[in-house]
Design a binder for this molecule. Structure first.
Ligand SMILES: Nc1ncnc2c1ncn2[C@@H]1O[C@H](COP(=O)(O)OP(=O)(O)OP(=O)(O)O)[C@@H](O)[C@H]1O
Length: 639
């Protein structure tokens, strides 16, 4: 691998003991242990009892003279209406009862989880179709349909409970869809996409573990409902042909002699009630454990207002640029979030995009690698990267480019790592994906990558979970992951915002070193002019969805060409004089639907005249390599 070292390894504080797994956390809850023990006992009885008591299922009658008796030494739970032993029938009836519930639950899980995952993850027409089907199923009376099916397949447990499972699946599907939708927004899922991992891998590895909690809760509730429904159907003698015992059938038998022998409904009634209770309480315990687990690492709040810039006039894009963006427009319906953005990045060059929050930096960066939020689309322009137009690339082509040729690191390194897996396992998958190495070779490569970002003990870091990393270590890990595919362009979205000042400087040093040692191009999104000066060759300033200035860093600080750039520079905290109030640009960035005609910056600008409102201001090129969207740029004082 490319050696990128020399700087001293960074020793940062961190760790806590590794978090115990989900099962162990669950088993720490006494109530969960009791419920699981009870359900395990039911399962064992369901398997064993019919083997030990093979005759009970065929017993038409017992000792008729001893019918309807209460508990005694001979019959611990008494006898039924035809003198059969209630305990034996309860034990043997467990199998048919449990099997009915299992059948319904399996059907629910297969349909509910697969459709919910597909709808939540893929969205679009799949989501609409699945949601429509679910609504349709919800509007049908489930029990009536089950009874109709049983009229066709009389007494068939499989037919009855499978039908119930199909009709109950939309309930599970909705829960899984909602959990998938929210998991899909997680930064680590987006990071996995950007790292170029395949969708089936992301679903099984990153999404499924997060939906297990809500899924188990819903399944336990629906299992309890399935038991209730099955009991009701057996009670109505629609399931389970006599003399085979079932819990519902035993309750039905008991109700025929309610006045003479009220005890008879108790054994099966209690078994049903206890099982429903155990399923419900187990669901609660699973939910609490899942909430505790996933809320453990406190999510940092996204910073509120960044600035960032970038751009270059279309006409000014040189041939052979690694990335050349022309006329890029991203819309949300009829609203344009970014308009006519143009800039380029040459091989080995680092370019910053600067601007206040809401100016369009992130939308622009997301458009470059095809990870725009739902509803947003590139409506015009081209994104030419290494000869291909990514604006028109298929999802498959984009997946090949992401991670391998363009990588992304974000401002939230911790939440861009999946909390459920160690650093080593997450990086190993990315390395294998890009280089097709064996697991052992990939692990060695991961250690090299971790070394290359100056993590002090790479083997130890590889064994850690994300919550055991400090912010600086996590950002180094995410840079290592970004380097795994040996990308030609690294997009760094405010990579130091969430870090303390010392660590910020170390990460910038690392990025600078990577730029020079690997010849990697960098697109930096930042609001920190210090970072721009430190790392970048050119600055692109965005305002209200447009590029308003593009200049080499060497000139933007001394002679800005747009009043907005001048305002941002004047309000830069690095330039603050002790005791003096830092000037700020008055007003706020107008939201996309409310941008003023002509120059969007006009209402906040001290140089604005009527001419600024007449028509859209084009990008002007007052000097080679410099563009501005201001007709009064000559009036600006050098900074
Ligand atoms: N998914 C979305 N749906 C609707 N509007 C959006 C969406 N994403 C971004 N926008 C809007 O597009 C505009 C540009 O947003 P963008 O996130 O690119 O700004 P930014 O400059 O990156 O700001 P920040 O630094 O706060 O992320 C903003 O007005 C924002 O509200």
């Amino acid at each position: 691998m490319t050696a990128v070292v020399a700087a001293a390894p960074v020793a940062e504080p961190t760790p806590a003991a590794p978090a115990p797994g989900f099962a162990r956390r669950l088993l720490r809850r006494p109530l969960a242990v009791v419920c699981l023990s009870y359900l395990a006992l039911v399962a064992v009885v369901a398997v064993v009892a019919p083997m030990l008591l093979p005759d009970v299922a065929h017993q038409q009658a017992g000792d008729l003279l001893a019918a309807n008796q209460g508990p005694s030494g001979d019959h611990l739970l008494g006898t039924d209406t035809v003198g059969r032993d209630v305990l034996e029938r309860l034990l043997v009836g467990t199998r048919v009862t449990a099997l009915g519930v299992v059948e319904a639950v399996v059907v629910m899980i297969v349909l509910g989880v697969s459709l919910g995952l597909a709808a939540g993850f893929f969205g679009g027409w799949i989501d609409r179709a699945v949601t429509w089907l679910a609504d349709l199923a919800f509007s049908t009376p489930a029990i009536a349909i089950v009874i109709v099916v049983l009229s066709v397949f009389p007494g068939s447990m499989i037919a009855g409970m499978t039908t119930f499972g199909v009709l109950a699946a939309p309930g599970l599907m909705r829960v899984v869809r909602a959990a998938t939708l929210s998991t899909r927004q997680e930064l680590y899922v987006q990071a996995a996409q950007v790292a170029g991992l395949s969708r089936p891998y992301i679903i099984t590895r990153h999404v499924l573990p997060r939906i297990v909690g809500p899924t188990v809760v819903q399944v336990s509730i629906l299992a309890a409902v399935a038991l209730t429904v099955q009991t009701g159907l057996a009670f109505l003698h629609l399931l389970v042909a006599t003399p085979a015992p079932s819990w519902g059938g035993m309750v039905a038998d008991g109700t025929t002699v309610l006045l003479v022998n009220p005890w008879l409904i108790w054994p099966a009634g209690m078994a049903i009630a206890l099982t429903i209770l155990a399923l419900g309480l187990l669901g609660d315990a699973v939910r609490d454990t899942a909430v505790e687990r996933w809320s453990a690492p406190p999510a940092r709040s996204r910073k509120a207002a960044p600035p960032l810039v970038q751009e270059t006039a279309t006409a000014d894009i040189p041939d052979g640029a690694l990335l050349a963006v022309r006329g890029l427009t991203v819309g949300l319906g009829d609203t344009r979030l970014v308009e006519d953005v143009a800039f380029h990045i040459a091989e080995g060059e680092s370019v910053a995009i600067v601007g206040e929050s809401g100016c369009g930096k992130s939308v622009t960066a997301s458009a470059l690698i095809g990870i725009l939020a739902r509803g947003l689309e590139v409506t015009a322009g081209e994104i030419r990267f290494a000869g291909r137009d990514l604006a028109r690339a298929s999802a498959k082509e984009l997946r090949r480019v992401r991670g391998k040729e363009i990588a992304l690191i974000s401002q939230e390194p911790l939440i861009s790592l999946d909390p459920a897996f160690t650093v080593g396992s997450q990086l190993t998958e990315v390395v294998r994906r890009h280089h097709g190495l064996s697991r052992r070779e990939a692990r060695r490569r991961v250690v090299e990558l971790l070394e290359s970002v100056h993590l002090p003990d790479p083997d130890d870091v590889a064994r850690r979970y994300p919550h055991e990393l400090s912010g600086g270590m996590a950002q180094r890990v995410s840079i290592a992951r970004a380097l795994a595919g040996e990308p030609r362009l690294l997009i760094a979205d405010e990579p130091t915002t969430a870090l303390d000042v010392t660590v910020q400087a170390e990460i910038l040093d690392l990025l600078r070193e990577l730029k020079y040692s690997r010849g990697m191009s960098i697109l930096l999104i930042t609001h920190d002019w210090g970072t721009v000066a430190d790392l970048c060759d050119r600055a692109i300033v965005m305002y209200a969805g447009q590029v308003v200035e593009q200049s080499p860093v060497s000139s933007v600080f001394t002679a800005p060409l747009h009043p907005y750039t001048a305002g941002l520079l004047a309000s830069d905290p690095h330039r603050a004089t002790p005791g003096e109030t830092l000037p700020a640009i008055e007003g706020t960035v107008p939201p996309p639907g409310e941008r003023p005609q002509g120059c969007h910056f006009r209402p906040r600008c001290g140089h604005a005249t009527d001419a600024c409102a007449v028509k859209a201001i084009p990008l002007l090129t007052p000097a080679p390599g410099r563009q501005t969207r201001c007709i009064h740029h000559q009036e600006l004082d050098p900074a």
